[in-house]
Ligand binder design. Structure first.
Ligand SMILES: C[S@@+](CC[C@H](N)C(=O)[O-])C[C@H]1O[C@@H](n2cnc3c(N)ncnc32)[C@H](O)[C@@H]1O
Length: 258
């Protein structure tokens, strides 16, 4: 099995295994996504009205539903069948019509090139970034925009330090690329429980920029957002931590002419 197939298989297996845990974790609210990532992504995405849009790695569909409600025509792909089932349920409850598909965002074989005016993805690039960006570049029209978020690489680069109440971060292995595993990413219970372990690929911020350029993109904005003050009440302790170091990186890139 090649490196690429390995990653798709790792992503499929772990995302399928953790789908219900992730869903419950996000539905509880007060996560870093609620405080930092979602408010910033919505600003970065901007006006989607009338656009044909791809949500790559859509999970249970929060952004797909948001974009459909804002007037986009949305195709949404996820490698986990359970996620797609949850997304269908959420979209039905929200009363929006979305073309959900089970598929690998690094190999969108059923989607022709130059299909979309816009692509978005939230915390998906960290599985196989170079191939993922190339495939997004293939299905985007020239001058189309790609807005995505990822966990900031500084978070995966070290370990927690400081007191339990005030965990700081030590940057220990920022330049050490490769597969990483961590426990407890979903707010946890039992660190020995494998269902809570998570694997991803460590990249540096420079790697994101290089891979985008190699896939034919021009970076329009790179943003390390601070938490949205309106969300502080959701989780004051997490809010204070998120004011001190970046939890996410967001990028808007434009597909250059082929
Ligand atoms: C951290 S979750 C984020 C989900 C969603 N974007 C959100 O904001 O809630 C990562 C998602 O990416 C999906 N994923 C990972 N690798 C993928 C791939 N190669 N193709 C399609 N989906 C993938 C997973 O199944 C999972 O739903």
């Amino acid at each position: 099995m090649g490196r690429e197939e390995d990653y798709a298989e790792i992503a499929r297996r772990q995302c399928e295994r953790t789908a219900m845990i992730y869903y419950a974790f996000r539905k509880r609210g007060g996560t870093a996504n609620d405080l930092v990532e979602m408010p910033a992504m919505k600003k970065l995405i901007g006006d989607v009205k009338g656009k044909r849009l791809l949500d790559a790695g859509c999970g249970f569909g929060s952004y797909s539903i948001y974009c459909a409600q804002q007037g986009a025509t949305v195709t949404a792909v996820d490698i986990s069948p359970t996620m797609i089932e949850l997304a269908h349920k959420e979209a039905t409850e929200a009363g929006v019509d979305i073309d959900f598909r089970i598929g690998d965002a690094t190999n969108l074989k059923d989607i022709p090139r130059d299909t979309f005016e816009m692509a978005i993805s939230s915390i998906v690039a960290c599985f196989n970034m170079p191939l993922f960006f190339k495939e997004i570049g293939r299905v985007l029209k020239a001058a189309g925009s790609f807005c995505f978020s990822d966990v900031h690489p500084i978070l995966g680069s070290g370990q927690k330090a400081g007191s339990k109440k005030d965990p700081a971060r030590l940057v220990g292995r920022y330049f050490q690329r490769g597969l990483r595993t961590s426990a407890n990413v979903f707010g946890k219970i039992d660190p020995s429980d494998e269902d809570y372990h998570w694997q991803w690929e460590q990249y540096t911020l420079g790697d994101y920029c290089t891979a985008l350029r190699q896939a034919g993109f021009l970076i329009e904005a790179l943003w390390e957002p601070e938490p949205d003050p309106a969300t502080r009440h959701l989780n004051p302790e997490l809010y204070e931590r998120a004011r001190r170091y970046p939890f996410f990186v967001l990028i808007r890139a434009i597909k250059m002419k082929a």
